[in-house]
Design a protein around this ligand. Structure first.
Ligand SMILES: [Zn+2]
Length: 264
């Protein structure tokens, strides 16, 4: 059984600052335990949702923006048992791992000595950890080295767009996904560069047709306007069951997908 736990549906600077929606990324338990984009609050929210950061095997960091990498240092300290063992793998963009342009590497030498592997990927490259394949996907974002991820689990493919704007043909790289996680920052008709809006999500989902879509990285404007309306719009237009990545949402993958939404 493969399990995904979401640690909040927020994204962007103002959501990260205010924490109206969590910015903890999401957690995949399959052959290995993977935490994707541990933004501000990820460590605390993981513990509050019965996940054990000490048991994480890999961190996936899509790009070098605070709402995606903030909790990486404490996650490394957890994975390495308080920096007492050599354990854990980090997979990230060139900007995250090596530093590029105005971004320095966020993986300090202090942490590197206790990590088993530190891998930078560009789109179409992949890395296998204990038979778990992780592929980097192309994005168009203000960190030009940003990548999305395709995680090949024993129960099928999970795709994550990360932060990106819509570009022609982008759907091809998500084909075959059972679960698709989309960073939808803006509501329908309110486009900004480098991010997806609800109408772009519909265009992608109509082509990819995953079994379930999860929208996350909801920005402040979309939060104020009403994310639930946008979720309904995306679901109705695309014909794909769509959920919001509320903190505590769990998706179980094996035969039929099941999900358990949080009790509000
Ligand atoms: Zn970003």
């Amino acid at each position: 059984m493969t399990k995904i736990t979401f640690l909040g549906s927020g994204g962007g600077r103002f959501m990260a600052i205010t924490q109206k929606r969590g910015t903890g990324g999401f957690y995949v338990e399959d052959r290995i335990n993977i935490h994707v984009d541990p933004g501000p609050g990820a460590h605390l929210r993981a513990i509050q949702n019965d996940l054990d950061p000490k048991k994480t095997n890999a961190l996936l960091i899509s790009h070098c923006h605070t709402d995606h990498f903030n909790d990486v240092p404490i996650m490394i300290e957890s994975m390495t048992g308080g920096m007492l063992k050599k354990e854990g793998c980090i997979i990230g963009s060139k900007s995250v791992i090596e530093g590029r342009d105005e971004y320095a590497s966020i993986i300090f030498p202090y942490y590197r000595k206790n990590l088993k592997s530190i891998i930078s990927l560009q789109p179409k490259e992949f890395f296998d950890i204990k038979g778990q394949r992780i592929e980097a996907l192309k994005t168009k974002h203000s960190d030009p080295y940003g990548i999305g991820f395709k995680i090949f689990t024993d129960s099928g493919i999970i795709s994550y767009t990360s932060d990106t704007e819509y570009f022609n043909g982008m759907e091809a790289q998500y084909m075959g996904s059972r679960v698709m996680i989309l960073n939808v920052t803006r509501p329908n008709g309110d486009k900004i560069p480098f991010h997806l809006s609800s109408d772009a999500a519909v265009t992608i989902l109509e082509k990819v047709k995953p079994e379930v879509a999860v929208i996350t990285h909801i920005g402040y404007k979309m939060h104020i306007k009403g994310a639930e309306e946008e979720r309904k719009y995306i679901e109705a237009k695309s014909g794909v069951k769509t959920l919001i990545a509320d903190e505590g949402l769990k998706i179980y993958m094996n035969g039929r997908l099941t999900y358990q939404e949080t009790v509000k």
